[in-house]
Design a protein around this ligand. Structure first.
Ligand code: GLY
Length: 349
């Protein structure tokens, strides 16, 4: 266990200094429109979203466009090119939420290219929020989405074949390797540097949240989830309040990493509630990370979780359990990838 006294001291000392001032993240003045996304290729994701935001478009359309972009282009951890579950089947999780608390999600959907758009369709045309598995696919087909034949992408096939050699179900989440970190330092590494192609379990997620010129916020998340998961497993990325939460009166947050750890604390809801209390986005993310670590330091050291938040003033921030989580920002004055602050540098990178 984390030394409780030390933990509480750290938290209480940091709070008044960092949270109740009007913190301008990374020294930039708050601005709108703005979009922030997880990981290196958040840069390209943001560029897609920016086409809409910079034309006075709605944040909801922008985040959907960003998510669709990665669903089309990434071969590891998002969309149909993602790593399969332990039965060799690619299943996708996704959710979306707008400025009015409208939300939609799909869990473990198969053979549909754009789960984010299915999630939006559920949000806009049904009385429900979440559809899963066969029911989600059936809904998608009834609503004009095409069924794609499952063909594993080359990286997914290679990783799965390697994994099958041992079929060891031992999550080792987002423990980045040296080569990947070197590449990501240059800002142009492979999208998922945290992936090993030797079959060790790893995964990642694209989450983005945006504030549009009208002052409205939305967010979207999309992923193929944890590689080699048990068939039917649904992670945080399909759950409103875990992988994504938006409250237009406060801000929005998204998560990446080990979904189960996010789900145990309703992670992004917690981040937004901390922002409601007056904490800056970065401190709100840090406090949510501390909650995960506080439960079990031993367990937390073995996993990665990163939170990324944007408040309705355009201030942003992130925090992760481990070194290695990065996020991308795009606004009128800025286009940049930042390393998130972190709790542990265990030398695994
Ligand atoms: N954060 C994505 C997942 O755990 O599936």
């Amino acid at each position: 266990m984390l030394n409780r006294r030390k933990f509480l001291q750290l938290s209480t000392l940091a709070t008044p200094l960092l949270s109740f001032k009007n913190v301008l993240t990374n020294g930039k003045a708050p601005t709108k429109p703005i979009v922030v996304s997880t990981w290196n290729n958040g840069k390209e994701v943001n560029a897609e979203a920016w086409k809409i935001l910079s034309n006075n478009g709605r944040a909801l359309d922008a985040v959907e466009a960003g998510a669709r972009y990665v669903e089309d282009t990434i071969d590891c951890c998002i969309g149909l090119g993602g790593y399969p579950d332990r039965d060799g089947i690619v299943t996708l999780d996704s959710c979306i939420m707008d400025e009015n608390a409208n939300c939609g999600s799909v869990g473990a959907i198969e053979q549909i290219k754009h789960p984010i758009s299915v999630a939006r369709k559920i949000m806009e045309t049904t009385p429900h929020i979440m559809l899963v598995g066969d029911g989600a696919q059936q809904f998608a087909l009834e609503n004009g989405f095409e069924k794609q034949q499952q063909v594993l992408s080359d990286p997914a096939k290679k990783a799965y074949d390697n994994w099958l050699k041992k079929s060891e179900y031992k999550p080792e989440i987002n423990i980045e390797n040296k080569e990947a970190v070197e590449k990501s330092k240059k800002g142009n590494g492979p999208f998922a540097p945290q992936y090993f192609d030797d079959g060790r379990i790893n995964h990642d997620t694209m989450g983005l949240v945006a504030l549009d010129a009208s002052g409205n916020m939305s967010g979207a998340v999309t992923t193929s989830g944890m590689a080699f998961k048990i068939h039917g497993r649904v992670g945080d990325s399909a759950i409103i309040g875990d992988g994504l939460f938006v409250d237009n009166e406060v801000g929005a947050a998204t998560s990446s990493g080990m979904g189960e750890e996010v789900m145990r604390i309703c992670g992004t809801h917690v981040v937004v509630e901390y922002m409601r209390q007056g904490y800056s986005p970065e401190v709100a993310c840090k406090k949510a990370i501390e909650r995960i670590i506080h439960r079990s330091e031993e367990k937390a050291k073995k996993v990665q979780v990163g939170f990324l938040a944007l408040n309705n003033k355009g201030e942003y921030g992130a925090y992760a359990i481990q070194k290695g989580f990065v996020f991308a920002v795009k606004s009128n004055g800025e286009e940049k990838i930042y390393p998130a602050k972190y709790f542990y540098d265990l030398g695994v990178t």
